[in-house]
Unconditional design. Structure first.
Ligand SMILES: Nc1ncnc2c1ncn2[C@@H]1O[C@H](COP(=O)(O)OP(=O)(O)OP(=O)(O)O)[C@@H](O)[C@H]1O
Ligand SMILES: [K+]
Length: 301
């Protein structure tokens, strides 16, 4: 998965070429979808291991420390001196407009050979979660390695790419994406429950075991078998303060439920993952908004 340090600047307006302006606020965050998902799963009580690559630099060291602070195993977080730790510089003005620079850096250097060294850990896992934040062929290989070891796989095709290798569908026990990704992959509009059900049917046909499409305040739709109908799994209505990272909270929670309650129906796991993600939208930030098991109702465990 991708590792990325987020440098967040809040400014009255975006700077023009050649201009230096004063900002109001600066925050450093630890991001990357995979890292967020892993940390949400760990906060619910899952034993987690991250496979990724960072730079042999100050940010890389901090990044690894953040995993350790969250109880994530870092044996397979490699450090390289050939590239810097991945970063994102995000400037947001008072009007909410942004300007973002992303440098993938060390993430792209995670090789298939290095992935092989993690095989003992992968084959002993209960669930493997992959995204598209590293070289897609490395992600695909990771999913296939997991499946060969009878490890359940969750694939989150994000950030979405239009011509996704057909192998990803076959390698996914659960294919989980949001509306935008579902739209890009199916070529049809996905803006409501009905359209999401249609898109789920289309994605399922491509060979995955089940499809979940998340729908923000509408919860998600779950489709398990061809010709059956998708289940709409609604969530609680709340006043959202910051929805960033909600999708990753949902996937991290789903991974936790698949690992800890393997016989639970997928709709029930999705219902509970909705309940975890809904907590995250009521607080600012990404990882900072993710709930711990202790703060959640007992009925979710
Ligand atoms: N406004 C909201 N109210 C309640 N739950 C929400 C809201 N927004 C998101 N969620 C929860 O989070 C899950 C994921 O949200 P969403 O579909 O927006 O993912 P996403 O687009 O990947 O999010 P992001 O890119 O912001 O991380 C939803 O399925 C739902 O459970
Ligand atoms: K949030």
């Amino acid at each position: 998965s991708r590792c990325r340090i987020r440098h967040f600047f809040q400014t009255p307006r975006l700077p023009k070429t050649g201009e230096t302006i004063h900002g109001d606020k600066f925050l450093i965050g630890f991001g990357g979808k995979g890292a967020n998902q892993c940390i949400q799963a760990a906060r619910l009580g899952a034993k987690t291991t991250m496979i990724c690559k960072v730079g042999k630099d100050f940010f890389g060291d901090n990044y690894i420390q953040n995993f350790k602070d969250n109880g994530v195993h870092t044996d397979f977080v490699g450090q390289t001196s050939d590239a810097a730790t991945g970063v994102a510089s995000i400037t947001v003005n008072d009007a909410g407009e942004n300007a973002i620079v992303i440098v993938a850096g060390a993430n792209m250097l995670l090789s298939n050979e290095e992935l092989q060294t993690a095989l003992p850990a992968i084959s002993h896992a209960k669930v493997m979660v992959c995204q598209l934040e590293i070289n897609p062929q490395t992600s695909l290989q990771a999913l296939q390695m997991a499946q060969e070891s009878k490890v359940k796989t969750i694939f989150n095709p994000a950030p979405a790419i239009p011509d996704l290798d057909a192998g990803f569908y076959k390698a996914s026990d659960v294919f989980c994406c949001n509306e935008t990704e579902a739209e890009l992959l199916t070529g049809s509009s996905v803006t409501n429950v009905e359209e999401a059900c249609g898109a789920a049917q289309e994605l399922l046909k491509r060979g995955c075991g089940a499809v979940i499409i998340t729908l923000g305040p509408q919860g998600c739709v779950v489709l398990k078998e061809q010709k059956s109908t998708s289940d709409h799994v609604p969530t609680t209505a709340v006043t959202a303060v910051d929805t960033t990272g909600a999708g990753d909270s949902f996937i991290g929670a789903l991974a936790f439920y698949m690992a800890h309650y393997p016989t639970m129906p997928l709709e029930e796991m999705a219902r509970r993952a909705n309940q975890v993600a809904v907590v995250s939208v009521q607080a600012f930030g990404t990882q900072t908004s993710y709930p711990f098991r202790a703060s959640l109702p007992d009925e979710l465990f």
